[in-house]
Design a protein around this ligand. Sequence first.
Ligand SMILES: Nc1ncnc2c1ncn2[C@@H]1O[C@H](COP(=O)(O)OP(=O)(O)O)[C@@H](O)[C@H]1O
Ligand SMILES: [Mg+2]
Length: 367
Amino acid sequence: MFLGSDIGIDLGTASVLVYVKGQGIVLQEPSVVAIEKNTNTILAVGEDARRMLGRTPGNIVAIRPLREGVISDFDVTERMIRYFIEKVVGKHTFRRPRIAVCIPSKVTEVERRAIEDATRSAGARQVYLIEEPIAAAIGAGIDISRACGSMVVDIGGGTTDVAVISLGGNVVSTSLKVAGDNFDDAIVRYMRKKHNVLIGERTAEALKINIGTAYKGTSEVTMDVRGRNLVSGLPMNITVSSVEMYEALHESVDAIVEAVHSVLEQTPPELAADISDRGIVMTGGGSLLYGLDKVIKEKTGINAVLADDAVSCVAIGTGRYIEYETADSSEKGPWFFKWGRNSWSASRRKTDRNSNKKTTSSKERKN
Ligand SMILES: Nc1ncnc2c1ncn2[C@@H]1O[C@H](COP(=O)(O)OP(=O)(O)O)[C@@H](O)[C@H]1O
Ligand SMILES: [Mg+2]
């Protein structure tokens, strides 16, 4: 039996990662649910459901309930969270876990409440919400407690979050719905337009990961894929080159660079100076697109670096956050604590309905 632990969940649009206090990341699975339409029963969640994407018969649908970075289907999201919690802590727990969930920085109050309610009804004793860029920064090893500006660009499946953080809070941020999925869609569109070939989402993703590039001047590599010829209607093989991938992807890449640029424009000058000294930190699976760091560096003149373990940053940050939140008061100092190479302040938002403990918002602070 599991004696109630504390959990951090990175509820991503593409994948869910679960961090258990004291153990680290114990689960990483796609945020996909397969449902039998007639009976409304869940057939599979996670990796098993992902294999069904695009391959289901009429009565089964494989859906990604968080696709756009918000909860599009509350009921399915709740069942997915429940499934992952049960997978990690078991069905019959002695005490229900306290759970920290990270949320995109631009979610509305209604969506915030929906995520909180879904997590609570999925079995949490207490729910803490943490903004994704803050979690990403903690996970990337940035000391967010200092009065020093850091910029985090988190590129996931459905959304890209760009934020400037100082003193533990978001100073300027934006979120756009151009990220990894959008890269895949752009590749599908390109293949249809240029070659009259229809390829599936997963094939497009494979092209992106293997030969995709955001940078024009990269040496050429090729990959063979299968698709359906739209003229003959028959399956065919086609060789695709990285130069074509650049053509397919550059508009989406430009949108991300533009977002980084506009956040920099709105950043107060002292913090902008810090960022130009310290560089931009990139996290999330989408930031692994070849050459993206180089393009950001070229277009902004500021060094952009991929965080170590970019895909797990948010989960690690959320986990460290719950570890901090649930530590005994003797273990944590009044204003900051040190954990590994990080130290960060106690600026946080707690959304536990049972307690009305107020927290500081970054806007109330002076830089
Ligand atoms: N090596 C890679 N190159 C380019 N894109 C990648 C790579 N690895 C993963 N991705 C993309 O990253 C996205 C998922 O990133 P992730 O951070 O897990 O998203 P989320 O936080 O939204 O769940 C997907 O679109 C996936 O295709
Ligand atoms: Mg993410």
